[in-house]
Design a protein around this ligand. Structure first.
Ligand code: B12
Length: 332
């Protein structure tokens, strides 16, 4: 109803019109399902594939579905609750993000449009982080995938990236540096995580802002997961992002920036050497390019003195700060 009309575009949905059309969800009508409390949480979990812990987290954080309780206080769900859980699961699997999915549900249920997700409780991402790092150490790819899926079922993509993946990767680096985790586990773990983030970029809504932004890594920089997260966040704010990958080639980038001028070029550096390469590249670009030259990366948080030497705008210590700054410069 709301979503396939084509003209509908509300900031709440971050331009998800296309995705919403893809998910073919407008016909979902929770009221058409019986609301008789019959099923315990295990039965709902088996019927929907949503783990019991996730159902409880949805209830606590988003107030949906809220089961009735039996005489002993155990949760009892109805057919309607099961349909809602299944619908939310499908939206999350399609990359919509749980808080946005809950808001979409409210619109379908009540025609009510809130501008912020209904969050009523907290979720312990620390415990997921421990499970993730343990799984990386054991080369247990299935558990890595399961933990990522679990995180995305409960909190936003942004929270998963900044509060689960980033600290888990930092932990992995620490364990590796202390010889407590093998090089192979570090490679396997970072690869699986990286491919998940790349997948989230792929399923992001099509851009709805005109500005094109190049995001990548300084010459010689192979750590590209941070830059990929920046690209993901920018995509989710509607920017037309071209992801350049690790270690850009300076001369080729200079030519592309001259011929296809983007609104911004944002590069990452993780070490002193690559920060030097980034500085050299931006010095060459400043003469011929008048868009935003932005930069960030671990090395600038560790050694803030390096920021001053680089021509361009330091975009802050993480991807959340970076997208806010970029929006500030380019306009909301
Ligand atoms: C995975 C990993 C690798 C992978 C990278 C795979 C990939 N595709 O990225 C591989 C195996 C290739 C690798 C290689 C190496 N690694 Co390594 N690696 C890591 C590890 C474990 C995780 C990196 C990561 O993804 N972090 C998570 C991201 C999300 O965090 P982030 O980069 O800080 O990004 C956030 C912010 O900084 C910011 N940001 C980042 N980029 C940008 C860009 C812009 C524009 C903006 C605005 C913001 C921004 O926003 C991001 C998101 O919030 C780190 C540990 C650590 N502490 O990071 C070690 C680590 C970075 N590696 C290290 C080392 C030593 C190496 C090697 C030299 C090892 C070797 N001997 O070969 C090589 C160097 C490669 C090179 N030339 O660059 C050291 C660096 C030490 C130092 N002080 O320089 C670390 C810290 C491990 C350690 N504890 O010692 N590594």
């Amino acid at each position: 109803l709301i979503l396939v009309s084509g003209g509908f575009m509300h900031p709440l949905f971050n331009g998800c019109t296309l995705k919403l059309m893809n998910v073919r969800s407008p016909s979902f009508n929770p009221a058409s399902y019986a609301d008789v409390p019959l099923y315990n949480i295990q039965a709902v979990s088996a019927a929907t594939g949503v783990p019991a812990i996730t159902l409880r987290s949805w209830e606590r954080r988003y107030g949906v579905p809220v089961p009735r309780r039996d005489a002993k206080g155990y949760r009892l769900y109805s057919e309607r609750d099961i349909a809602v859980a299944r619908w939310l699961r499908d939206r999350v699997q399609q990359g919509v993000g749980i808080s946005r999915a809950v808001n979409m549900l409210r619109v379908l249920e009540r025609g009510e449009l809130t501008t912020s997700p209904v969050v009523t409780g907290t979720f312990d991402l620390g415990q997921l982080q421990t499970r993730l790092v343990d799984a990386v150490a054991r080369l247990d790819v299935d558990t890595i995938e399961a933990v990522l899926a679990e995180g995305l079922m409960v909190v936003s993509v942004e929270e998963v990236a900044l509060q689960l993946l980033q600290p888990a990767l930092y932990d992995v680096g620490e364990h590796w540096a202390r010889g407590r985790l093998s090089v192979t586990s570090e490679h396997v773990g970072s690869n699986v995580i990286r491919s998940h983030i790349a997948q989230l970029v792929r399923i992001s809504p099509a851009p709805w802002r005109p500005e094109r932004i190049f995001v990548g890594c300084a010459p010689g920089e192979l750590h590209d997961i941070g830059a990929l997260i920046v690209a993901l966040f920018l995509r989710r704010r509607g920017f037309d992002v071209v992801y350049l990958g690790p270690s850009v080639e300076p001369e080729s980038l200079r030519q592309d920036v001259a011929t296809l001028p983007p609104a911004a070029v944002c590069l990452s550096a993780g070490a002193v050497e690559t920060a030097g390469a980034l500085k050299d590249l931006f010095e060459r670009l400043t003469g011929s390019y008048d868009g935003l030259l932005g930069f960030g990366g671990r090395v600038f948080s560790e050694d803030p003195a390096l920021v001053d030497g680089v021509p361009g705008v330091y975009l802050g210590p993480d991807a959340g700060a970076a997208v806010d700054q970029i929006e500030g410069v380019l306009g909301r």
